[in-house]
Design a protein around this ligand. Structure first.
Ligand code: SF4
Length: 321
């Protein structure tokens, strides 16, 4: 039986909308609305959906970079959102994040080597005399060279900057990394290099990933299981093989129809969804997807479909399944 490293239980993250002279709360943006799943030790879990579906908010709430509205995040048996500051600080190195744009999180005036090493010193995990060696070792593991230590962020290409972002996370010796759209700003050939690096590191260091992406083809190469989100809710979750072989939710089918097939003799019929994702401040009634679903019926507008296990380890929320 797989051992859970992290459990997300009925997680909600709402952002209040204020209005009027007294800035009263007049509504909420329900960015994450009652989402539950677990990520097993050594597993790579892919979270996909269009931008605005709440996947990045989940990543940040799991790491407590954002406070939760409700629910629980349990990491190695600890309820992350109940920890006091000292305990949270001691656990932080074990939970890291790689951002889509590492450049924006790097100070342009600080040498890259120093930027990578600063959290080690800050957390007291390494002495000042040892830190340079640790950074150089990590740069090499991430496919960079020792001389890059003394370079500044603007001297690197997009792919190299993402390697720096990975090195910054890796140097803390984490168990769990949230990779938030880590390759979506990169050219396709560079994307493959970064995904291969993440995959190699996972093997070598027994890392566990939450890999967030709007692109199912990216997730396909790295992830063991996939969760599909729509407007703050999980609508389908299954192993990668099952999700690609037997997608059940109409939204997943639409996302999958956009994934290219490597065999030029085969073609998938593209399902183009109408309109944009509705506002999470005012989600549609019943099934949140009914305004764009090609299969919607009357019941879909009135009743929220139950999210349930329809086959072993295959969960879906749709009245038609
Ligand atoms: Fe479409 Fe209805 Fe299923 Fe929602 S419940 S995905 S609207 S068929």
């Amino acid at each position: 039986m797989a051992e859970a490293l992290i459990e997300i239980q009925n997680l909600k993250k709402y952002f209040p909308i204020t209005g009027g002279v007294f800035k009263r709360v007049v509504g909420n943006v329900r960015a994450v609305d009652d989402v539950s799943f677990q990520i097993n030790k050594g597993e790579s879990f892919g979270l996909v959906g269009e931008s605005g579906c709440g996947k990045s908010t989940i990543g940040r709430t799991i790491l407590r970079l954002l406070d939760k509205t409700d629910g629980k995040v349990v990491f190695k048996g600890e309820d992350i959102h109940s920890l006091d500051k000292t305990k949270l600080r001691s656990i932080r190195p074990k939970m890291q994040i790689v951002f889509q744009d590492p450049f924006s999180s790097l100070n342009p005036r600080i040498k890259v080597g120093e930027a990578i090493g600063e959290a080690l010193i800050d957390h007291g995990l390494c002495s000042r005399s040892e830190v340079k060696n640790r950074v150089i070792e990590t740069l090499k593991i991430c496919g960079l060279a020792a001389y890059h230590y003394d370079r500044f962020p603007h001297e690197f290409s997009g792919g190299q900057r993402q390697r720096i972002g990975i090195a910054r996370a890796l140097i803390m010796n984490p168990d769990f990394i949230v990779a938030d759209e880590p390759v979506s700003a990169l050219d396709v050939s560079i994307q493959a290099q970064i995904i291969n690096l993440l995959s190699d590191l996972q093997q070598e260091k027994q890392l566990t990933y939450l890999f967030i992406s709007h692109d199912l083809s990216v997730v396909e190469h790295l992830c063991d299981r996939i969760g599909v989100m729509y407007l703050g809710s999980m609508v389908e979750m299954a192993s990668k093989e099952e999700m690609f072989r037997n997608p059940l939710h109409p939204y997943t089918k639409a996302l999958l129809s956009a994934v290219p097939i490597p065999d030029p003799t085969l073609r998938r019929e593209r399902i183009v969804l109408k309109g944009d994702i509705p506002s999470p401040a005012n989600p549609p009634s019943g099934c949140k997807f009914h305004t764009r679903c090609p299969l919607a019926t009357d019941i879909c507008k009135k009743e929220t479909p139950e999210y349930r296990e329809v086959e072993k380890q295959h969960f879906v929320a749709c009245h038609l399944v």
